[in-house]
Design a protein around this ligand. Structure first.
Ligand code: ADP
Ligand code: MG
Length: 364
């Protein structure tokens, strides 16, 4: 059986469009050995972190498969609660999560948080330093000035942007890992973990699946994919990279095993004003949309890292992004510019097959 999954989801409440990369899931195949003949696909999907999260668990035992699925979704809900910066609805309404508490105590006092939150922030800070602030989790006030995360988005004035930018600086975040506290020293500062939380949740969900004894699984959460083990037939999972200008098409197919592929795109969340599209990836040096790329895909063992880097490379642009990622061990990337030029890291060549669709050209 060959299942072709295309997730194309419209988020009415936020008026943003979420499109995720397309996945091929080969669950069983003709001629598979006896082992895979008894394997079954247990799958489920839930809407968490403003994204459709789809999990496929492949194992021989229904009880084990269903329990593992539930554990994976529970992890997503837990991390969503910790990292969501909006109070309305969901579990955050009754008891605020870590990010809500941190943001609510900006300029007042350090907040005690969970180990997960400390880890997410520390990894984000590591890459913030490495990228010279292209990735910056204190981007919250700028996201607010564009109305992202709220019901209405609009283009802010330059003055509004510079006011918001004066509150953005990852170097000011005070993290005490010993006490597990986080402090934002300036009133009005706010963390936005939207560029990393989903990746971290996926890593934790994968950990839970492995601990439950699962050897084959695939998680897809709105443009982030993790391939656990191989397909049941021993072949790597195959993941399609969406054409950034045509959600029906894929431009390349990646082979993945025990690794993540995370895509960021200018088409994932955006609004339109007077014929101009404004998306949700902001260059912290300007407070405006990063426009030198239209899509980035990062492949790494850690989904957390791939998630951070897909956003960071988007901001860095093709030239700086490519030279940055080529220096990172175990990390590969596909960067697509508005001119349809595709840059691919050298280590990815054997893992990637281009379909030839969409008129994309490989940069030499
Ligand atoms: P998605 O949420 O669609 O998977 P990304 O992983 O690329 O997309 O993250 C984009 C999100 O990251 C934005 O919605 C915002 O919450 C946050 N963000 C935007 N710009 C930056 C930035 N320069 N550094 C860190 N986070 C950012
Ligand atoms: Mg990201």
């Amino acid at each position: 059986m060959f299942v072709f999954v295309v997730v194309n989801l419209y988020l009415k409440t936020w008026t943003w469009t979420v499109l995720v990369i397309i996945i091929f899931v080969q669950i069983t195949c003709a001629g598979c050995g006896q082992k895979s003949a008894s394997l079954q696909d247990f799958s489920g999907e839930e809407f968490i972190m403003n994204t459709l999260v789809r999990v496929h668990v492949i194992c021989e035992d229904e009880k084990k498969g269903r329990a593992a699925l539930k554990q994976a979704f529970d992890v997503f809900k837990k991390i969503d609660h910790l990292t969501n910066r909006f109070p309305e609805g969901g579990p955050t309404a009754s008891s605020p999560g870590d990010v809500l508490k941190i943001n609510g105590s900006a300029g007042l006092e350090p907040v005690e948080v969970s180990v997960d939150t400390v880890r997410i922030i520390q990894r984000s800070q590591y890459f913030a330093r490495l990228t010279g602030g292209a990735f910056d989790i204190t981007i919250g006030p700028v996201m607010d000035s564009w109305g992202f995360g709220k019901d209405i988005q609009y283009v802010p004035t330059d003055e509004e942007i510079s006011r918001a930018l004066s509150l953005v600086d990852y170097r000011k975040v005070e993290v005490d890992p010993g006490k597990a506290t986080v402090f934002l020293p300036q009133p009005g500062m706010s963390l936005d973990l939207g560029g990393v939380a989903k990746g971290y949740a996926m890593d934790e969900a994968v950990k839970a699946l492995r601990e439950a004894g699962i050897q084959h699984a695939l998680i897809n959460a709105g443009g982030s994919v993790y391939a656990l083990g191989t397909r049941p037939d021993g072949e790597p999972w195959r993941v399609g990279i969406q054409d950034p200008r045509n959600s029906e098409d894929i431009i390349a197919i990646l082979s993945l095993k025990d690794s993540a592929a995370v895509t960021s795109g200018d088409y994932q969340r955006y609004f339109e004003q007077e014929g101009v599209y404004y998306h949700h990836i902001i260059d912290p040096s300007t407070g405006k949309q990063a426009r030198d790329l239209i899509q980035t895909t990062v492949i790494a063992e850690s989904t957390t890292d791939a998630d951070i880097l897909s956003t960071a490379l988007f901001v860095l642009g093709p030239r700086r992004g490519m030279s940055f990622v080529e220096e990172l061990p175990g990390t590969e990337a596909v960067l697509i510019g508005p001119d349809k030029l595709v840059s691919v890291t050298a280590g990815l060549i054997n893992q990637l097959t281009f379909t030839g669709d969409g008129g994309y050209q490989i940069a030499s």
